[in-house]
Design a binder for this molecule. Sequence first.
Ligand SMILES: Cc1ncc(COP(=O)(O)O)c(C=O)c1O
Length: 450
Amino acid sequence: MPSPTPPINVLATTQPDTLDAFWMPFTANAQFKGAPRLLVRAQGMYYEDVEGRQILDGTAGLWCCNAGHGRKKIVQAIAEQAGTLDFAPTFQMGSPLPFVLAQRLAALAPAGLNHVFFTNSGSEAVDSAMKIVLAHHRARGEGQRTRFIGREKAYHGVGFGGMAIGGLPNNRRQFGLQLGGSAHLPHTLDLQRNAFSQGLPRHGAELADALERLIALHDASTIAAVFVEPIAGSAGVILPAPGYLQRLREICDHHGIVLVFDEVITGFGRVGMPFAAQRFGVTPDLITFAKGASNGAVPLGGVLVGDAIHSSLQQGPTQAIDLFHGYTYSGHPLACAAALATLDVYAEERLFERAIELGEHWQRALHGLQGLPNVVDIRNFGLVGAVELAPRRDAPGSRGYEVFRRCFHDGNLLVRQTGDTIALSPPLIVEPAQIDQIADVLGAMIRATA
Ligand SMILES: Cc1ncc(COP(=O)(O)O)c(C=O)c1O
């Protein structure tokens, strides 16, 4: 008798003979492979691991599954698209999907950001934005504006451009001199003045004035753009004081400098509106996005481009290519189908609004951890949060790792560890009882780690 056909999802749960071949990104490979954490399924708010345990997702995967996991509408859209048009080039060719998606995204974005350049990731979005800015200045006869200003503790992905304007020392140390000419603003984390702020911190708007000093040092005529995350996520959720982003906008306007918000984490409802730009009432010239755009189901990123920048690159003859840049998979049909279905789910379930509706409950639950051993700060805004722990002497990061590991193995909870900070960003479908569970488990594991 022929053996029955294995179920289609068998590959997802197939056990590897060895973990050696996959060189895992941003991972202590040897440590992980000694005690792996392997996920095999996901549905709603939960992952399932190889042992069949249900793991509550406190991080929306990696800040990307904002609508939760295994959403039928998204799964179906991807499956149907794969069977209809698996791939279509977008160099001098097209398919309707990326045009439809770009229109939908422009409608969600702040007014004036009406054009979308598609990429596959946040890193590519950042490097694409940098190239768009350079091309824009050159088209306007200001090709000497080549300097980029980032910020300490920023994360803008791992391309050479994003790495140069990023401000996380570990991400730069191994890789030499970086892109020439970048400079950095000070970060806005200030535990002395702002520890345990509920929502935005009171102090620090004046840190934006450091931009004036960089301009005085380097001269505005050399500066192409300022890149900031409205809320720095990867460095452990660093919030801006009210007025900080407005001040950056004013200074950039005054000096003809392009302002870019990297919204790879803050986009798609994380702070209660489509983009943090809208929540903070500050409109940048470009927005980079990824992650939540397609609910993490198929890689997709992009750059939302303001009209002025876009039109500066449309001045050549019609037959001229206006931007010599792009990826084979820019506007990939599967990614676009996933993103369109994702946007439907966000709208149908009013998920963006939930980060505001649940914001107070979230704040109360997290700040209930104040006073636990080694907790030196708690930060929250929208459905983002962080609990910062005091580092162990001579072993920075080890306390944070231990809490993360205990949460997963002993508490059935997935959190994100960055140094000694535990970052939280649950899917926007999270229920109040699950918020309480996240806080309870995290609190117990912090106590157990003391
Ligand atoms: C603000 C920001 N920019 C860029 C990136 C890079 O995105 P990706 O990992 O998709 O390349 C990230 C990833 O976390 C991010 O948080």
